[in-house]
Design a protein around this ligand. Structure first.
Ligand SMILES: *Cc1c(COP(=O)(O)O)cnc(C)c1O
Length: 429
């Protein structure tokens, strides 16, 4: 649907009803699919024809919604997962095994950090975390002969550091590996990482895509551009026969545009089953239909709140990438010219205690371990999402102990600012 703008594609991409078919994406609430002959079904098991047989691997509702997200990102194929965590895990585990290594930006989401540094490390995959503003030498030194991917977040949650996608893509490609970008906070409305050289995009659809705090979900999108066949020794899973599917070689059978996601469906969904439910996929699609309107509003109000906080005497510092004084400002102009979402971090004079008093004083904004939905909410990461990290690890992840994260919703901007103003007045300076 390239000839239409992204706003139109939020509504029209993906599902294409035929004559007399439902206008809205149908929810195919069925675990299984019926066939006339065993031979028909056998061809599906051998990946000779495409179709559905069991919802642990794939479901038509999910695929309609995944096709819309693939279209919005400019990718060739996509898959929905049960959560953003599952999407992150799959994106790496699809191409890395025990004994492999991945380079990762140090400012990634706390859940991603834990998945990589603790859980996937137990599986024998090693991660090197590097500062997103590291020197060229540090970046070069991070790569090893067994490196299989580079990973970063377009806008880091909650550090709000903008990732230099083009720079990290070049470094990844120079070492023959793909760049994977978690585009959760930006969404394809604000940034499309493939346009800057990224190869694979992941999402927690739980955030802005759903947008209403209703549904946990994830998505992995492939650009179809990374040429695995140039490095068959690095990516044997994509370039050599899969014995569990009668010797199919994914790159040969499905081309660069389909190999990575088909392998993910055939192996990782089959074995781990972290599939999105069709009902939840339907909700995500409702969110996608207004994503373009909501991202514009979240970004506009986010900037207004950031400006208000910057000029408030009780505020020690504000982090919002669109502010001209922000260290990421030049990267924001390049990667996020349309805005940088509704998440704003700041520190209150008086540190941790004042931050807690501020949180207590809020009336409209709720305290929630969530961001990026329609209602304004607030979180103190050091005492919640990031509490498993030491102070040094917190600082390396760009999260100071006094950091308060606001997720600006779709309420009236003046109401949101009045609420923040009165809570600041109550906080002990
Ligand atoms: C929330 C989040 C995740 C994890 O997603 P879940 O849907 O909660 O599993 C991953 N990356 C980022 C940037 C997130 O904000």
């Amino acid at each position: 649907m390239d000839k239409y703008s992204i706003e139109t594609r939020c509504l029209q991409a993906g599902y294409k009803p035929g004559n007399g078919e439902p206008r809205q994406v149908p929810i195919i609430q069925s675990t299984t699919f019926k066939y006339d002959t065993s031979e028909d079904m056998g061809r599906l098991f051998d990946l000779e024809t495409s179709g559905y047989f069991y919802t642990r691997l794939a479901n038509p509702t999910n695929d309609h919604v995944a096709a819309k997200i693939a279209d919005l990102e400019g990718g060739t194929a996509a898959i929905l997962t049960s959560s953003g965590q599952a999407a992150t895990f799959y994106s790496i585990f699809n191409i890395a095994s025990c004994g492999d290594h991945v380079v990762c930006s140090a400012t990634v989401y706390g859940g991603t950090y834990n998945l990589f540094a603790v859980t996937m490390k137990r599986m024998g995959i090693d991660f090197t975390f590097i500062a997103p503003d590291c020197t060229d030498e540090e970046l070069e030194d991070a790569f090893k002969p067994n490196t299989k991917a580079v990973f970063g977040e377009t806008i880091a949650n909650p550090a709000l550091v903008v990732f230099d996608i083009e720079r990290f893509a070049k470094a990844a490609h120079a070492h023959g590996v793909p760049l994977i970008v978690d585009n959760t906070f930006a969404t394809p409305i604000l940034c499309r990482p493939f346009e800057f050289g990224a190869d694979i995009v992941t999402h927690s659809t739980t955030k802005y895509m759903d947008g209403h705090a209703a549904t946990v979900g994830g998505c992995v999108v492939d650009s179809g551009r990374f040429d695995w066949t140039k490095y068959p020794d690095k990516f044997p899973g994509l370039c050599t026969p899969d014995d569990s599917y009668h010797g199919v070689t994914y790159t040969q059978r499905f081309g660069l545009e389909g190999a990575y996601i088909t392998k993910m469906t055939a192996q990782l969904m089959r074995d781990f089953g972290a599939i999105q439910s069709p009902q939840n996929a339907f909700y995500i699609n409702l969110g996608l239909e207004s994503l373009h309107l909501r991202m514009k509003r979240h970004s506009e109000t986010g900037l207004r709140v950031a400006n208000f906080l910057s000029s408030h005497e009780k505020v020690a510092w504000v982090k919002y990438p669109s502010l001209p004084q922000d260290p990421c400002y030049h990267k924001t102009k390049k990667y996020l010219p349309k805005g940088c979402c509704g998440v704003v971090s700041f520190g209150i004079k008086g540190g941790r205690k004042a931050a807690e008093a501020f949180m207590k004083g809020l009336k409209l904004a709720g305290i929630a371990t969530h961001v990026a939905d329609a209602k304004t909410c607030c979180l103190h990461p050091a005492s919640s999402t990031h509490r498993q990290m030491s102070d040094d690890e917190l600082r390396a992840a760009g999260v100071s102990p006094d950091l308060v994260r606001l997720s600006i919703g779709l309420e009236d901007a003046d109401d949101i600012i009045s609420d923040i103003r009165q809570a600041l007045e109550q906080a002990q300076a």
